[in-house]
Ligand binder design. Sequence first.
Ligand code: PXP
Length: 258
Amino acid sequence: MTARLNVNIDHVATIRQARRAPEPSVVAAALVCEQAGADGITIHLRGDRRHIQDADVYVLRQALTTYLNVELATTEEMIKVATQARPDAVSLVPESPNEITTEGGLDVRANFDAVRAAVEQLRAASVFVSIFIDPDGAQIAAARDAGAQQVELCTAAYAEATLGAAGLHGAGAERVAQELHRLREAAMLATQSGLQVAAGHGLTYRNVGAVAAIHEIHEFNIGHNIIARAVLVGLERAVTEMRAAIRRGAKTLTHERT
Ligand code: PXP
């Protein structure tokens, strides 16, 4: 089965906030993504509100017919928004004020009590809980013990290894293979631990295929590359192309296995 695709539309809000203007509308963008075959929409409500605003969470919650996944930090403020807005899913992510984007997975082990308390509150509000972690066995165990239903494996290290990788040989190709191996092992371990497995960060039309071939991964969260392509070819086509890239990757696996 091909993995689900949630399109992260934070960058649509980034453009809007650049002028504090009403356009572009995140709702309009989300509906186009849905029509183009996205299985859901992901947004990140950051503490600094640099793109998505609180009102967006509520309005998207009403407007979407597929699935709303909200990424947020494990803070009292954010858990309150989530338990009030009740999106389909929350992904707990680490957050630091000066980062350009999320830097690596949440250290669930180091923040275990706070994460477990947040998971409890979210699940009590009937919100599905995912935790964004590095592909690491100890973090998978901690996420499971904290009560999460899903882990989202951070693909940043893999994505970085693939940068400029067209025709990569030697050490570069070796690093890509190592990072893929880490993702594959982590996806298998998480599945064996009873967790659903998602993946995301830094994925592109070029590098998503090899990750889509890991059949334990049932969901992708992809933003930057889709919105960057949408600027040139339109959002509908950009989403359709990403769906196709994921499907091609999943088929590679089928061929390898038969
Ligand atoms: N998953 C998580 C947890 C993220 O924080 C992000 C970035 O907001 C993504 C996926 C999507 O990353 P990208 O924009 O690089 O596709």
